[in-house]
Ligand binder design. Structure first.
Ligand SMILES: Cc1cc2nc3c(=O)[nH]c(=O)nc-3n(C[C@H](O)[C@H](O)[C@H](O)COP(=O)(O)OP(=O)(O)OC[C@H]3O[C@@H](n4cnc5c(N)ncnc54)[C@H](O)[C@@H]3O)c2cc1C
Length: 409
């Protein structure tokens, strides 16, 4: 049985370990954190959303972004201090505008497949993660955004997704709790889903452990070299340095994948795009009754929300280009609270937990799923704003690629 290392115990690493374990490999997962899913896979928007597969590389988003740069509570914030990484990333982002339609269709296809694979996985494994198959409602604040949605719908249809246009009355029938005063209709994707990524990851990690996958937490990978047909990992666990060798390594290290890749001669251009969430505790019956059951995407505010069980309401948003810091800024959290108060005035926002995470974003917004330059090096990373949505698909794909390569050797 071949020995495979997986670097990272976020959603991409845990699902990759699961698929490799299923194929009979001897799998070891490394993570610098003490537990699974403590970084970007901790408290995201919860959406399993093929309907949100439109990539951001288009002129509409860019013009909007420029207007937002100097507005304090806007959904986008950019630290204007230049860095080579940021400038190079943005130039590459601009060069991908021409691929907007193609990459949107490809992303939506992957997301649809991923949703089906996740449901297959859930037939085999008992995982309780506040999973909801209630669809996703997309709310448009202007006629212009609604018309843009109609254009994107044509691409979604090409990809095989049905997203139905709705007026406000129809939206209200699907989700009666929303205060729709400021909206101009929207869209509904019945096949989309939602659930708690952290609960899912921790339970899938336990399932892997029971099936002999080894987990080295509190362990940082410091170096990685390829020699004598093996991948050698140098790592430290609480000040003790160690080395181990593997037949292959899959890099699933989120925003750190770029640095690991550069040691191996691979250019994985990932920028950390910070986002924030609040988890509102629905402690009283009135809040529980008046919080939405259906997962939402507010196009104008760039905010998504998911109901997690009876007593949690997750609201997430914001794209902040500000390097690797994960500081929780009060002025970025406030728009999320205001959004809830406006759309769901009867929901108490007295008790909430704020969080910030870094989306591992590539400039073309497509994940890197495949081989590196050196033999034995594989990547499943760079899933940006859709890592939860795409994880079931990308983990199966990378395990298939690894198996195929293994059979050829
Ligand atoms: C605010 C917000 C809302 C979002 N909402 C959604 C949503 O609704 N739906 C959706 O599909 N996606 C959403 N996303 C995106 C999604 O959460 C991410 O794409 C996904 O969590 C990334 O997973 P990952 O495994 O690649 O990275 P991570 O979860 O960050 O995992 C990487 C792991 O690698 C470890 N690591 C890194 N370097 C090393 C090293 N040298 N040694 C050892 N370990 C290392 C880290 O400790 C970490 O645990 C959202 C993101 C944000 C920020």
């Amino acid at each position: 049985m071949k020995k495979i290392a997986v670097i990272g115990a976020g959603i991409t690493g845990i699902t990759t370990a699961y698929q490799l374990m299923k194929k009979g490999y001897d799998v070891t997962v490394f993570d610098k954190q003490k537990y699974a899913a403590m970084e970007t896979s901790y408290a995201n928007g919860g959406q399993l959303s093929a309907c949100n597969g439109e990539v951001w590389t288009n002129w509409k988003t860019i013009y909007q972004g420029i207007q937002w740069i100097f507005k304090k509570d806007a959904p986008l914030s950019i630290n204007l201090k230049p860095s080579l990484h940021k400038i190079g990333w943005f130039l590459n982002f601009l060069s991908n505008v021409k691929n907007h339609e193609k990459n949107t269709i490809a992303t939506v296809k992957m997301a649809i497949e991923s949703g089906n694979l996740l449901k297959e996985l859930l037939k085999d494994e008992n995982i309780n993660f506040d999973f909801k198959e209630r669809g996703i409602l997309h709310l448009c604040n202007t006629e212009e955004n609604f018309n843009h949605g109609l254009k994107v719908n044509k691409w979604l249809t090409k990809a095989g997704l049905k997203r139905e246009p709705l007026n406000n009355e129809e939206i209200q029938k699907i989700e009666p709790t929303i205060n729709l005063n400021d909206f101009f209709g929207g869209f509904f994707t019945k096949s989309d889903m939602s659930g708690d990524i952290h609960l899912f990851c921790t339970q899938l990690a336990e399932i892997c452990k029971k099936n002999n996958v080894k987990f080295n937490y509190n362990t940082s990978i410091n170096d990685i070299v390829y020699k004598h047909n093996l991948v050698e990992l140098k790592f430290s666990t609480q000040n003790t340095n160690n080395t181990d060798t593997f037949d292959a390594t899959v890099i699933c290290a989120g925003v750190s994948s770029k640095f690991i890749a550069s040691k191996l001669g691979d250019n994985i251009n990932i920028y950390p795009v910070k986002g924030y969430s609040i988890t509102v505790d629905l402690n009283d019956k009135i809040s529980q009754k008046h919080a939405p059951e259906v997962s939402l995407l507010d196009d104008g505010a760039k905010i998504v929300s998911s109901r997690l069980g009876i007593n949690r309401f997750r609201i997430a948003g914001t794209a902040e280009f500000n390097g690797y810091n994960k500081d929780i800024r009060e002025d970025r959290i406030l728009p999320l609270i205001k959004w809830s108060n406006k759309l769901f005035p009867k929901v108490s926002t007295e008790h909430y937990r704020p969080w910030a995470g870094l989306r591992p974003m590539t400039p073309n917004m497509m994940p890197k799923i495949g081989k590196g330059k050196l033999p034995g090096i594989f990547y499943n990373t760079g899933h940006g704003h859709l890592g939860w949505t795409l994880s079931a698909f990308s983990s199966l794909l990378i395990s298939d690629i690894l198996l195929r390569t293994d059979n050829l050797n």
